[in-house]
Design a protein around this ligand. Sequence first.
Ligand code: SF4
Length: 194
Amino acid sequence: MKKRVGVFVCQCGTNIAAVVDTERVAEEIKKVPGVVYTTTYKYMCSDPGQELIRNAIQEQKLEQVIVASCSPRMHERTFRTAVESGGMNPYLFEMVNIREQDSWVHHDKEQATKKAIDLIKMAIQKVVRNKPLQISTIPINKKALVIGGGIAGMQAALDIAEAGHQVVLVEREASIGGKMTQLDKTFPTMDCAA
Ligand code: SF4
């Protein structure tokens, strides 16, 4: 198992750095076996931040990268792209959320710093086991099969059809309508269910 892990700890201005001691996090993480490089930076998602990652991959010959910053929903794609342009497979990258899941929800700096260290240590154990992945494209049949012609099935079929796709709706009974057809009137309009 190759282990040349680089860990980049983002401060997000003071969003993270006001509650998490990012310098201490970087120092502690540097002691973890397999970690060959750690650094902090004010805004890791900025162009200079991404450049920092690309340069470190080249200069430190990194084989796995971790960015400890915000939610993957915000910037996982940003960092995967940066890692890839640095010459690495983008799936040998992991993101650790020390903002929404740490600095934004804690006030105790000592505890928040320890939590950040723990979260990153866990991600290190994952990233060293990651395998490089390749994106592949496969042809798909753009038709949908909806099983069950009750209210939910009928609505789903209509929504898909309105989005411009062919739909096949399958119902085992002789007629569609499901449980709705067993009712007389429906609240609050008291409309006839059928
Ligand atoms: S990567 Fe996320 S945590 Fe870091 S500066 Fe950008 S938005 Fe803030």
